[in-house]
Design a protein around this ligand. Sequence first.
Ligand code: CS2
Length: 503
Amino acid sequence: MRRLGRFAGFRQGLRGFWDLMQRLSNHTLHLAASGVELPAYDRAAARIGVVHFGPGAFHRAHQAWYFDEMLKAGGDFAVCAVAVRSSDVADALTPQDGLYVLAEREAEPRFRVIGAIKEVLTAPRDPARVLARLADPAVRIVTSTVTEKGYCLTPAGDLDLDHPDIRRDLEGGATPVSFPRWLAEGLAARRAARLAPFVVVSCDNLSDNGDRLRRAVVQFAEAKGDAELAGWIASEVRFPSTMVDSITPATDDELREKVMGVLGLEDAWPIQRERFVQWVVEDELGDCSGAFAAAGVTLTHDVAAFEKAKLRLLNGPHSTLAYAGLKLGHETVAEAMQDDRLAGFVERMMRLDIAASLPPTPGLDVAGYIGAVMARFRNPAIAHKLAQIAWDGSQKLPFRVLEATAEALAAGRPVTRLAVPIAAWAHFVRGRAQAGESITDPMADTLLDIGRRMTGEPAADVAGLLALRAVFPRAVAEASAFRAAVEAAYAGLDADPAAVLSA
Ligand code: CS2
């Protein structure tokens, strides 16, 4: 309800003007101002062919836009969006018949009403409807943006049987709590009905996201004691890996106001992103391949190289800018990029350290990719909050920074620059803990505990953080070169940040 609460506050602030406005919906769509592109297909006739878990901003900015393109082309790709926990999205979008505005924030902005989402369900409220959708023969694809933590994995990539949600699900409550159980139950229902399984398309920022998700679901079925289902999922269900990309800052009042002005209607939850959008999917989509390709999705047999490049060259520098940028007093990515110390540092980290960790891949021009990422980060029309990117560091840093660090250590390459985001994260944890503030992270309690014990003494403070085995693999945490580099950067970020960032 948090976001809707803010929406109500925003409405109150604009009372008067607001009261004259009608709400965006099927009935009012014809009143939309002409500067906004509207769904150019028969929405009423479009059939739901996709179930999506996690309809946050990224899904609505990215996959929903692609499905909107597929609907335009006449395919049955309308979406049933399922929120695993909160009812925010259903509360905002159901009165709008699933419609919302997507704003492309560039020097020449564009606005489009996305019609792809035809139904929004809140899983704990509507479990039977969610299951019925998963078992619907018209549904061919299940996508997800449940974030790294939604997979409930151990650092080794197995299903975490001690995860509280998995424990509850194994104890057998009637309604699934975890995403792996929802998939296992949906697939079990299809198998029982002798239907072909749906294709599961993970859209989260994890390396090998499809394989990881398959493992989680198969291991869930095994842990439940259903070896036959586990075997069927392992052999019959396709879990293509994917790379997803589009910078999507959280919705704020500035966007709501702008959209209301452009549209001439209320929209409780518009979405914004940059114009750039990319989706690379392992070519296992069966009879959906043609529609995806026609909408601009890249189908490939080597998605791993694209995923790795994106996680390390975009998300790694993003997290670096977030923690180091917050330490230097910046608020947004574009602002941090105006600080030459930071912009120069992340560019060198990309060109000298991360590029060296990527295998040559046909179709991937690493130097060009780095230049494009730098330009995207500089986009002045996007106010992407560093504090938003700083969320969930314990889940993100392993894929974004630590895999490349482990490889650099094994190959004898320097880790001086790769240690800087970790040192900056240590400052973030310490700063938040000692100011009595909260951290958005599934490991927040542990992190705040570590942060409260930090005294500013580099060796002890860094040791406290590196001891987190769920984040730092032993080979990285115990490498003396890495530890020394984190300690030096940690001390330097207080004493002489320019020197640290000139590395
Ligand atoms: C960002 C990503 O919030 C974050 O952690 O790094 O959401 C990033 O903007 C997207 O992955 C871009 O595709």
